[in-house]
Unconditional design. Structure first.
Length: 364
């Protein structure tokens, strides 16, 4: 450990640089752990250090930082999505698939395995069809199906259609018990982010920054060979399945490897902070910024991917290669696809506008 927590008097001094409103907003999402006492105390001190009553239930700001707003409210997801195909695959829409369904609070991304193209097969069709069948299974069910059952049903139906190809797949769903279920097969990824107080280097003023609550892990047989579903007879490995407790204001970023091969997690966090930081700080609605955020992520990933010959560019893909004794520098050009999901509640819905109903997808 290279640093230690600042003493209480330092926390209070730093807090005085924040407006009372910002502190109250931040404190409304603070937990009950020992370290949280300092932040609650700092939040109860005004700009000039006056002691104030603890922040109660009569909040008037429109933010997504307070866990209190979740009590008795049904959570939902506000979505945005973006997809940029590999420049050489634009004519056929690339090989990635995605969907984001507000009504079922579910989403998915899939990356068709490019090796099938050597046999004259369009792996993008396989990836998108699998997601379409999974979504149909979710929507047809009257109960909240387990995502493992959804993937199994979608896979069986796809194989019965005799469509050739292979794909990785990630599915997600916001459940009734306020958990986010995530199923992952292969090397797509998901990050669950939560706005929290963080003090930048060289500053004494805490700011709201998206910290990582959960990060999925890649599933690979060996370097650049992910677990996958295919029309062949190869055995299928078991996908990872997790459930994470979420709250209002959490942000899930689900993306194919074209994004996470070129962007480190901290770079994704920085892009999120750039697009949403002002709204978080001012209490303005967040959803109007989600589509711009999605586009920024896929564009930046592709921008780095285009720098394949730049040996001074270090990427997650390059580090993964080096970890297995392989030499690689520069970006990795690929399709880049992302789905963004903001956890909202019915009680905060009016502040974020009308509830989203449009299905986002690239099946057709």
């Amino acid at each position: 450990i290279s640093s230690v927590s600042r003493p209480l008097h330092a926390m209070v001094a730093a807090a005085r640089h924040l407006t009372a409103r910002h502190l109250r907003k931040a404190a409304s999402g603070i937990g009950r752990g020992p370290g949280d006492r300092y932040l609650r105390l700092a939040a109860s001190i005004g700009c000039r250090g006056e002691r104030r009553a603890p922040w109660g239930a009569s909040r008037t700001f429109s933010d997504f930082i307070s866990a209190q707003a979740d009590e008795g409210a049904r959570l939902r997801l506000a979505f945005a999505a973006a997809c940029l195909p590999h420049p050489d695959k634009v004519d056929r829409g690339g090989e990635d698939g995605y969907f984001a369904c507000p009504s079922s609070r579910s989403f998915g991304v899939a990356d068709g395995v490019g090796g099938w193209a050597d046999n004259g097969v369009d792996p993008g069709l396989f990836a998108r069809r699998l997601l379409q069948l999974c979504l149909e299974r979710i929507e047809d069910s009257k109960s909240e199906l387990d995502l493992q059952e959804v993937l199994l049903a979608g896979t069986e139906k796809l194989l019965s259609e005799k469509l050739e190809g292979g794909t990785t797949v990630m599915l997600g769903r916001l459940c009734e018990d306020s958990t986010m279920a995530i199923l992952n097969l292969g090397d797509s990824g998901a990050i669950l982010l939560r706005p929290a107080l963080r003090t930048p280097p060289g500053s004494d003023q805490p700011l709201l920054f998206p910290r990582v609550v959960f990060r999925s892990s890649d599933q690979t047989h060996y370097f650049n060979c992910p677990y996958q579903l295919g029309s062949g007879s190869a055995p299928v490995e078991a996908p990872d399945f997790v459930r994470v407790r979420v709250r209002t204001g959490d942000l899930v970023v689900a993306a194919t490897d074209g994004v996470f091969d070129n962007l480190f997690d901290h770079q994704v966090q920085a892009i999120v902070a750039r697009h949403l930081g002002r709204a978080w700080s001012s209490g303005a609605p967040v959803t109007p910024h989600l589509q711009g955020l999605a586009m920024s992520i896929v564009k930046q990933a592709q921008r780095i991917g285009l720098q394949e010959d730049h040996k001074d560019i270090i990427t997650p893909f390059a580090l993964s290669a080096h970890s297995e004794g392989l030499s690689f520098r520069g970006g990795k050009l690929d399709d880049t696809t992302v789905v963004i999901g903001l956890v909202c509640s019915d009680k905060t819905g009016a502040e974020e506008g009308e509830e989203q109903t449009e299905l986002l997808q690239n099946f057709k």
